[in-house]
Design a protein around this ligand. Structure first.
Ligand code: SF4
Ligand code: SF4
Length: 315
């Protein structure tokens, strides 16, 4: 496994990172013990960077996976809370639930609009700066699906880490059209910002091209790490083989395949709350029911959180 310094943070991370959204209750809802076992195996095979978030519900999986583990573990978490107190509480909750005194990387989660940066998240950002000074977190930053947000935040002197969507078709990365995405990411990298990619498989849209999609992300030299979401042993095996440039067979790819998709159950009452959370414009109301457009859905799961009645599911 190759390790690299995450920009100027002083934090060493594995280039292959484990994204825990896929196994979390927000998506596949893998039992804690099974998820923990997979994470533990990834750690034993050299992965050190684990990505999670307050909203995912994967803290128990990670906590169980690292219990008694003596190797290196770097945890990146995030919270979409906006004000100072809520962010303070989110970091405290992460420390408590993960059983850690400090969280290595803490991000503002899913900063989707430019105005979020200037106004709505000012308190949360100030809080992360203070927690960094107190040593409760080691690095602060944000995750985003919006390239305008990436570009603006890359200009901040205090930004340590960014976690943007990055895949070979720029799928799901808003405002990327007509832009030199690799070139702009390279500039951020050269400024010393720590960068780790999300959705190298475009939320499942590249499931027929797993090998080339992962190769593209791993081979890009201006991304310190790439998160890969996994729920089963076969996926871990195949993805690590791809990472190590080892040959993979069609049968192995088939065994690892997980063609997941969101769907809305028939009981949807058409309240429209889920529509407001989808920046991709992938969900609409039709005849009084929410309908997902599979061509533009990136399987982020945000709409799922909005439906308090749990009418949005993933299979
Ligand atoms: S939030 Fe739930 S009930 Fe409301 S429209 Fe969306 S799926 Fe239907
Ligand atoms: S429909 Fe839901 S899962 Fe798909 S992109 Fe929109 S918010 Fe994300």
């Amino acid at each position: 496994m190759q390790y690299t310094m995450l920009g100027k943070t002083g934090i060493r991370v594995s280039r292959f990172a484990f994204g825990t959204l896929t196994m979390a209750p927000m998506q596949r809802d893998v039992p804690v013990e099974d998820g923990a076992q997979l994470i533990r195996e990834a750690l034993q095979r050299g992965v050190t960077l684990l990505d999670t978030a307050q909203a995912y519900g994967s803290y128990p999986h990670i906590r169980r996976a690292i219990e008694g583990y003596r190797g290196e573990v770097v945890i990146a978490s995030k919270s979409a809370t906006k004000c100072y107190r809520e962010m303070e509480e989110a970091v405290r909750e992460a420390c408590q639930e993960l059983g850690r005194e400090i969280i290595d990387i803490f991000l503002m989660h899913a900063v989707q609009r430019e105005e979020d940066l200037a106004e709505r998240r000012e308190g949360a950002w100030r809080c992360l700066q203070d927690l960094k000074k107190k040593g409760v977190i080691r690095a602060a930053g944000l995750s985003t699906h919006n390239f305008n947000v990436f570009i603006e935040a890359a200009g901040w002197p205090e930004i340590d880490v960014m976690h943007p969507i990055f895949n070979m078709i720029s799928f799901g990365l808003l405002n990327a059209e007509g832009r030199d995405v690799p070139g702009i990411i390279k500039q951020a990298y050269e400024k010393g910002i720590g960068l780790y990619a999300m959705k190298p498989l475009a939320g499942g849209h590249l499931h027929k091209n797993v090998e080339s999609a992962l190769r593209f992300a791993f081979d890009f030299p201006y991304m310190h790490a790439v998160t890969v979401g996994m729920v089963k042993q076969e996926e871990l095996d195949v993805n690590l083989k791809i990472y190590y440039r080892q040959p993979v067979t069609e049968a192995e790819l088939q065994a690892a395949a997980s063609n997941k998709r969101m769907y809305v159950v028939i009981f949807c009452q058409g309240c429209g709350r889920c529509l407001e959370t989808c920046e991709q414009g992938a969900i609409a109301l039709r005849e009084g029911k929410a309908v997902i457009d599979y061509h533009s859905c990136i399987l982020c799961g945000y709409c799922r959180q909005a439906c308090t009645q749990n009418f949005i599911r993933i299979i």
